[in-house]
Structure formats: structure tokens, C-alpha cells
Design a binder for this molecule. Structure first.
Ligand code: C2O
Ligand code: CU
Ligand code: CU
Length: 509
């Protein structure tokens, strides 16, 4: 065998290494290019072939003491989203999603929840002001076969709230399989105001979720390099794919709920018509705000009123949006995507609707003037203020009847939002500026743009319970499941937080 001189062997090794590197760099580059190029989706221009389903109003009975009682059974089922394809799903009282609960301010309510899923779960009342032990967070687990009956008195203004499971570490999966529903609250003002209010006719729940199918099943895989969680390739409303709704009134109220697990929508209409924003998460605004786009991150709601002309059609669309900065992060977080969400088809003759009132009433949210303390929350996917949630650690103790200023900063390039249980807060500032009109109402969830901060006035005026925590967390459910969550208790002045136990999986009875 000829002896290879040392120098040339080095050269040869170098050559091999260099060409191997070049090949893998090209492969990696090509791979990344492919990931980038295939990461955006659009369903703009879709055909609308199915009539929009409207979740039924939940039946209830009223007990002698005035308590309105609802029954919700969590169960497995299957649903044909597309003809011939039976998708395994979960739902409340049905195969998928749940009925719309409805109650009035001042009413006592109780919900009997029966879990038949085959695994433990919870039901949380998102946006509801209620005692911590009725909240349905990860401390109120309901075992398979068990029944849990939270009770409370509705003590907040009319609003479009919702309910969904909140089991620690598995919320994304449980919501994605179909466990979600709306909880509408009414009050004297909402009954009196001349707003569209006939449920399912000129007042429509619009539960928006994104979905991907893998054959008949939901595909729940997160895409390559997606650090926001699951992003679906199409949307559905109230569990209907490609939905249209025939409307018979000049004004239509849409109660928009982003019930997606990670996707952020920038809603508007395909013809860019304007609409009136009349309500946010926690209820009606002081006065309607005209706009042509409304951004909703997961968990947020917006009530809008749109005007229709006889015989015309328009499409509720989610537009590409630049809330993440640019480039890769925007593309991979879904910022370049667009979806045709729901087509509104006006009948040839429309019932006349009164103009949207110019004044809707007073806002019941704190202004922060009487704040007793400030707190800071740094958001990273790895945890809030550097810590992942622990079920047996209370992160903060707040005093009943006080207001605090919370500054929440997104400390990196990934989109996050911030949700606080039990309260409706006021957004005082976004990145040092006055908030845009869509954030000038009662809020329980707020989008926190990458590398920016929001400042909130939060008031705790419910009941004290030093033993049972409420949660605050990012409502991108994958992040929440990863531990981007914290716990607080509300105590009486001078009281301290008690030791909390980790949730008992066999709770409920
Ligand atoms: Cu909508 Cu803690 O949740
Ligand atoms: Cu909540
Ligand atoms: Cu997050």
C-alpha cells in the first residue's frame, strides 16, 4: 500500500470534512428554507358549504332558593366534520364543544359536572368572578366517574365568558379535542340597550378554532420549529368547517371567541367594511369603537356589530398581522396566515335594526389610582419570573378589597399573552403608550407582544380564601402546560397564605 504523505492526508481529511459540512449545510439550509416556505397557510377564497351550527342554550332548572342549576357531562364521542369521516372528539352533553350557559347578574348558579372521559379533568369558568374553590382550575380536578358541583353568585356585568378544562399539563389536549363552550351573562343594562340580542338570529356565538385533519382524526402535532404550540391549517366556527350563516337583520352581533390553543387572529371582513366593537372580555365598552380589524389572542373575546345590506355576502376573515416582529418568528407563529372564517349571507329583505347606541354605560374596572402595590411579571416560555408553576407553591398573596398595578413584560421574541383568573382588569398602557381601542374595556386576557410590556390595574374584591389559589398564566395552552403559570391567593388584611396541597386526582364525589 503506498504510503500517503502526512500533508496530503491532512488535506484529504480537510477535504472530506469540508465537503461533508457543505453537504449538511446545504441540506440544513434547504430544510430550513422548506420549513419557512411551507409554514404559512391561507384559506382565503374558500367555498362556504355548511350552515353554521349554533350551540344550543343549556337547559337549567331553578331550585326553591332561586339557584339556577345546569348539568354538564364531559364525554367522548365522534363527529363527522366532513362527510364519511368520523373524528374522535370530546364534548359537553354532546360529541363536540358544549351548550351555551346563560345567567343573569345577581343569580345564584350551580353546575353539576360529571366526568365520563376516562381520565381526570376540570372545568374552569374563564372570565368569571367567583370563589377560588369554584374556579375549576388545576386544584379542582374531577376524577373519571365523579361529579363536581361548584356554586356561586353571578356578581359582574353582562359579558361573553367561556368554559374549558384546565388539568395541569394537559389543557391543550383537552381543549383541542373539543371541550369548550360559552357562558353568557346578562344584566339590566344589556337587556335594556337596543343591541342585537336574539340568540342564534342576530346575536351569534362565534367560537373560532384551528384544526388539521390526519385522515379522520385531529392531527395535534406541533409543526417543526414552532415554539408557540399547535397551529392548524384551517379554521372552524362552532365546530363547523367552511361555515356560512344566513342573516335576516340589518345589524348582526358576533360574539367572537378565540378558543384556539395557540393561534392569534386579526379579524376583519374580506371587503374591509368597518364594524362597531361593543364589548371586550369582561363586557360592554363605555361606547362603541369603529374599527376594521380586531386582534384576538387565545382566550380573548370581542363583541362586534356589523351592518348588512339586503342580498349581499361578506366574509369574516383573519388577516396576516405583524405583531411578532418580522421574518422567521412571524412566519412560524402564524403571522403570515390568513383564514376565511365565516361567510355572512344577507337575506333579500332584512328586518330593520335600531342604530347601535352611542353610549353603552359605565365600565366596572379599576383605574389603578388607589393601587397599594406594584408587581412585575417577566414572561418566558420557560416560566414566569424564571419559575415554572408548582402546585404547592403560592407565588403571590393579595389582600381582598385592594387594587394593584401589574406590569407584564414579554422577555423574548415568542408571542405570549397573560390571563388572570377571577378578575377583569384595565389595561393602562401597552409599551408605555395608551392602549388601542380594542383594549379599552374590561379584560381578563391580554396579548403581550414580543419584547414589550403591558401595565394592568387589577382589583381583588371577591371572597378571601388563603387555602385555595387562583392561576395567572399564558393562554397559549402549550406554554401553560409547560409551566408558564403562577398561583395567587386572596386573603383578608393581616391574613397569610395557607399551605396548599397538590391537587388530589381522586377529588370530586
Ligand atoms: Cu381560560 Cu386559566 O384559563
Ligand atoms: Cu381563566
Ligand atoms: Cu406563552
Amino acid at each position: 500500500m503506498p504510503r500517503i504523505p502526512r500533508i496530503s492526508r491532512t488535506k484529504r481529511v480537510l477535504l472530506i470534512v469540508t465537503s461533508a459540512l457543505a453537504v449538511s449545510a446545504a441540506a440544513l439550509g434547504g430544510g430550513l428554507l422548506w420549513v419557512y416556505a411551507t409554514a404559512d397557510v391561507s384559506t382565503a377564497g374558500a367555498e362556504f358549504s355548511r350552515e353554521l351550527a349554533v350551540p344550543p342554550l343549556a337547559a337549567s332548572t331553578v331550585r326553591a332558593d332561586g339557584t339556577r342549576v345546569f348539568d354538564l357531562t364531559m364525554r367522548a364521542g365522534q363527529k363527522e366534520f366532513r362527510p364519511g369521516e368520523k373524528t374522535p372528539t370530546w364534548g359537553f352533553n354532546g360529541d363536540h364543544l358544549g351548550p351555551t350557559l346563560r345567567a343573569g347578574r345577581g343569580e345564584k348558579v350551580a353546575v353539576r359536572i360529571r366526568n365520563t372521559l376516562g381520565e381526570e379533568s376540570t372545568v374552569h369558568w374563564h372570565g368569571m368572578h367567583l370563589p377560588a374553590k369554584a374556579d375549576g382550575g388545576p386544584h379542582q380536578m374531577v376524577a373519571h366517574g365523579a361529579t363536581w358541583t361548584p356554586r356561586w353568585t353571578v356578581d359582574q356585568p353582562a359579558a361573553s365568558l367561556w368554559y374549558h378544562p384546565h388539568p395541569h399539563g394537559r389543557t391543550e389536549k383537552h381543549v383541542q379535542r373539543g371541550l369548550a363552550g360559552m357562558f353568557l351573562l346578562d344584566d339590566d343594562r344589556s337587556r335594556r340597550l337596543a343591541l342585537p340580542k336574539t340568540y342564534g338570529v342576530d346575536d351569534l356565538p362565534v367560537i373560532v378554532q384551528d384544526v388539521t385533519f390526519d385522515g379522520a382524526r385531529f392531527d395535534v402535532e406541533h409543526g417543526l420549529l414552532r415554539d408557540t404550540g399547535f397551529l392548524g391549517e384551517r379554521t372552524m366556527v362552532n365546530g363547523t368547517l367552511d361555515p356560512y350563516k344566513v342573516v335576516g337583520d340589518e345589524l348582526v352581533r358576533l360574539r367572537l371567541l378565540n378558543a384556539s390553543t395557540a393561534r392569534i387572529y386579526d379579524f376583519g371582513f374580506s371587503d374591509d367594511r368597518g364594524f362597531a366593537l361593543i364589548g371586550t372580555d369582561g363586557g360592554l365598552l363605555e361606547r362603541p369603537a369603529r374599527m376594521d380589524r380586531v386582534l384576538l389572542s387565545p382566550g380573548e373575546r370581542a363583541e362586534i356589530v356589523v351592518r348588512m345590506k339586503p342580498g349581499e355576502r361578506t366574509v369574516l376573515r383573519s388577516f396576516p398581522h405583524d405583531v411578532y416582529g418580522g421574518g422567521w418568528q412571524r412566519r412560524l407563529a402564524g403571522g403570515d396566515d390568513s383564514f376565511d372564517v365565516l361567510e355572512l349571507r344577507a337575506a333579500d329583505t332584512l328586518r330593520p335594526s335600531p342604530e347601535v347606541p352611542a353610549e353603552l354605560g359605565g365600565l366596572e374596572v379599576p383605574d389603578g389610582a388607589d393601587s397599594v402595590r406594584e408587581r412585575h411579571f417577566g414572561l418566558l416560555t420557560s416560566g414566569i419570573n424564571g419559575k415554572k408553576v408548582r402546585m404547592d407553591r403560592i407565588d403571590l398573596t393579595v389582600v381582598r378589597g385592594t387594587t394593584e398595578i401589574w406590569t407584564v413584560r414579554n422577555e423574548h421574541d415568542t408571542p405570549h399573552n397573560f390571563h388572570v383568573h377571577d378578575v377583569q382588569f384595565r389595561v393602562l398602557e401597552v409599551d408605555g403608550e395608551e392602549p388601542p381601542p380594542r383594549l379599552r374595556g374590561a379584560k381578563d386576557t391580554v396579548f403581550v407582544p414580543p419584547n414589550k410590556a403591558v401595565k394592568l390595574a387589577v382589583r381583588f374584591d371577591g371572597s378571601a380564601d388563603p387555602k385555595t389559589p387562583y392561576m395567572y398564566h399564558c393562554h397559549l395552552l402549550y406554554h401553560e402546560d409547560q409551566g408558564m403559570m403562577g398561583q395567587f391567593v386572596v386573603v383578608e388584611k393581616g391574613q397569610r397564605a395557607a399551605k396548599v396541597r397538590t391537587p388530589d386526582p381522586h377529588a370530586g364525589h
